[in-house]
Design a protein around this ligand. Structure first.
Ligand code: T46
Length: 138
């Protein structure tokens, strides 16, 4: 699926514990302008249900286990993020839902832009119309 990349977070492990890191250019293809994180979600609850017009983000589950459902309007993909060393890049025009599989899992997100509600598409039918129009105009 275009605009979706699963990557490995590099890790330094020692007897002192694990240290995970991502670096600009090597791992992150955009300048990070915003960081946010989501916690205190009960298992079974889902968030998201939107796409972004232009925002690029990297999602990291630093604790627990979260299921990410992705949809580009033509195909769907399910990705499990857990507290091992994987991250998920999501580019523009991908409908996403995040379902907590374990209580109190923590989702950390690095974003390419500051918060802007006008970048969201929160209506699924509007999302489908937009991606269909974009495909027809190519
Ligand atoms: C995304 C997924 C992975 C802000 O005021 N500033 C912020 O930086 C963010 C992210 C949200 N908000 C406000 C907007 C809403 O009033 O916080 C409220 C909850 O946001 P939302 O319902 O969009 O949360 P999620 O968990 O559905 O989605 C979030 C991000 O908004 C979204 O960009 O891709 O996490």
């Amino acid at each position: 699926m275009d605009n979706v990349i699963i990557g490995k977070i590099r890790c330094q492990s020692s007897e002192k514990g694990n240290l995970y890191f991502l670096e600009f250019i090597k791992d992150l293809t955009f300048d990070v302008k915003r960081l946010y994180f989501i916690n205190s979600v009960n298992a079974g609850n889902a968030r998201g249900f939107h796409a972004h017009k232009s925002l690029e983000q990297v999602l990291i589950c630093v604790s627990g286990r979260i299921q990410i459902n992705l949809d580009n309007g033509f195909m769907q993909k399910v990705i499990i993020l857990d507290s091992s060393n994987n991250y998920l890049f999501i580019g523009p025009m991908i409908w996403r839902t995040m379902k907590w599989l374990v209580d109190d899992s923590v989702l950390v997100v690095l974003a390419s832009e500051n918060y802007d509600e006008s970048d969201y598409i929160r209506d699924y039918d509007k999302f489908l119309r937009t991606v269909a129009n974009e495909k027809n105009s190519i």
